[in-house]
Design a protein around this ligand. Structure first.
Ligand SMILES: Cc1ncc(COP(=O)(O)O)c(C=O)c1O
Length: 371
């Protein structure tokens, strides 16, 4: 069996051990004579699977008791609507724009209710930095403050020290203003202080498991505020009261996510993953910055993402050639997002250091041949 070196932004590489276990259990899960997605979601087998997945996620992220974990559907894109439907409660919400995903979230919120643009870091169509959080004009009466903590397309990440700065700035200027974050592309890549957030959401298909599952972690006091007319299925309170089983949940995706959580725990949890992830990213940025300008990443060094690393080559023809030759050499998923072009390497948890080393060798060879 040959596995490609997979740098896809999402759906993305999953741990081989997880795929193998899921494969072995596909037609007979733990001797029940059927796969886990072939049995009732209300039966003993699946109830155990979802309860264990939640317990393991709570342990990995140290999720406090007063937060609910919801296993939902509709992707992170539906959260862009579901968040304002549930949290606006007739008020306005603050949005920070640091890339394409926070921009989409803002536009969707503005369709549903009142959304205020607090700041945008867009310059000449590019997003390359974070703002000075201390100088943002927070609205202390806003329903929440929304941001995307890792912009998958532009490669801009809110690292732990910036997160602290943001949290401190909000605590000083607008105490109690709930922070709401789209963490789709870096959740579980490092430890996280959940208590800083009112709501965290993530589409699963990057660092969690298969697409089709969206995880929402929400503080209990934010439940029960859904606007009149919110569909029952989209009301967080309803989902929380029904253990995410208001209707049939994405059973297989939840089961695989549960295996990923166990894989993470077996590897020492998120502090261990963070050290590995930082080193993988450091190696790739060093190769880019040390290439004499052949490879370029334009993002402000302080907020370069450890998960998604976009870079350019001298000209679109060379970039197309890089993609083609990389595929011939056993790599997949390196083509940049269509909106920005270039190359992008996504270094999620399941992308092992040896995959990064293989990419660095390929990049060296490519530069030697074409530089
Ligand atoms: C940060 C971020 N937010 C939102 C989305 C959209 O997620 P979905 O496709 O699950 O709706 C993505 C997808 O790549 C993403 O990276």
């Amino acid at each position: 069996m040959t596995r490609a070196w997979n740098f896809s932004a999402g759906p993305a590489a999953l741990p081989l051990e997880v795929l193998q276990q899921a494969g072995e259990e596909l037609s007979d899960w733990h001797g029940i004579g059927a796969g886990i997605m072939e049995v009732s979601h209300r039966g003993k087998a699946f109830s155990g699977v979802i309860a264990e997945a939640e317990a393991d996620l709570r342990e990995l992220l140290s999720i406090p008791e007063n937060y609910k974990v919801l296993f939902l559907q509709g992707g992170q894109t539906l959260q862009f609507a579901q968040v304002p439907m549930n949290l606006l409660a007739g008020r306005s919400a603050d949005y920070l724009l640091t890339g394409a995903w926070s921009q989409k979230a803002y536009k969707e919120a503005a369709r549903i209710g009142r959304a205020r643009l607090v700041a945008s870091t867009e310059e000449n169509g590019k997003f390359l930095r974070l703002p000075d959080f201390g100088s943002l004009p927070f609205d202390k009466n806003a329903a929440y403050f929304h941001l995307c903590t890792n912009e998958t397309i532009h490669g801009v990440e809110v690292h732990e020290d910036d997160e602290t700065r943001l949290f401190d700035a909000i605590s000083a200027a607008a105490p109690g203003l709930p922070l709401v974050a789209d963490m789709s592309s870096h959740i579980l890549s490092r430890p996280l202080d959940v208590r800083r957030y009112g709501l965290i959401s993530a589409g699963a298909q990057k660092n969690i498991g298969p697409s089709g599952l969206t995880i929402v972690i929400v503080r209990e006091d934010l439940l029960g505020r859904a606007a009149a007319g919110t569909p029952a299925l989209l009301d967080y309170r309803n989902q929380a009261d029904n253990d995410s089983m208001l209707n049939t949940p994405p059973a297989f995706a939840i089961y695989v996510a549960g295996l990923v959580f166990k894989w993470l725990k077996a590897r020492g949890g998120l502090a261990a993953m963070a050290a590995i992830n930082r080193e993988k990213a450091r190696r790739l940025y060093a190769a880019i910055d040390g290439s004499g300008g052949f490879y370029k990443n334009p993002v402000d060094v302080a907020c370069r993402s450890n998960m998604n690393i976009p870079f350019t080559l001298p000209g679109v023809e060379l970039e197309a050639r890089f993609v083609k030759e990389s595929e011939a050499a056993g790599f997949i998923g390196l083509k940049g997002h269509k909106s920005v072009g270039g190359i992008r390497a996504s270094l999620y948890n399941a992308v092992l250091p040896e995959a990064v080393e293989a990419l660095l060798r390929f990049m060296d060879e490519f530069r030697a041949a074409h530089g």
